[in-house]
Design a protein around this ligand. Sequence first.
Ligand SMILES: [Fe+2]
Length: 202
Amino acid sequence: MSRAVFDRLMAETRAFHENHPDAASFCPFPDDLKAVEVETNLINAARLFMAEDELEDCNCPQLRDACLAAAPFAKWRETYRHSGIGGEFLERFACYALIGPGGAFSSSKMGAYFVYMPKGLHYPWHHHPAEELYVVLAGSAEFHLKDSPTRRLSTGETSFHASNRPHAMTTVDTPVLTYVLLRGDLETLPVWSQAPGAETKA
Ligand SMILES: [Fe+2]
């Protein structure tokens, strides 16, 4: 059951990726994909995503819907569980890999994740050695990049994060669903750029 759901999500993701100029130029879609068993773990933030009804601002509804269909079967990431961030963030920030640790596929060339945030949530400043591209699939969010003006991005728009350059994201009056690509160091996890709660915006 879940394999069919992830296979459908993979097909939609590949089609979207290969047709999106920024995604396609960031990294060719991997040719070394291997199917991996997924250990499902539904967390509260995943339930918020599954109940979300304000993601209609979207130019890729097939990918959005495939991402939602896979949500009950995914292994939701808990990267920040022991990082000092408050429970409210952990309860609301939702991310799972399609290609990468815990995901339904592995590749040595690229990581691919989906990140959902409900409205009114701040994802604090963080950084990681991997280069990263966010593509907004649905809704909108403010993207903060160190030493750059904040940009509010909506469906189809992208934000590139260079290696170890701090970045953050805030939803205001809409939720957001994003497709997140990583290349380079796919092993090292992100860390907060400053202690959560002590940050100032760039
Ligand atoms: Fe990042």
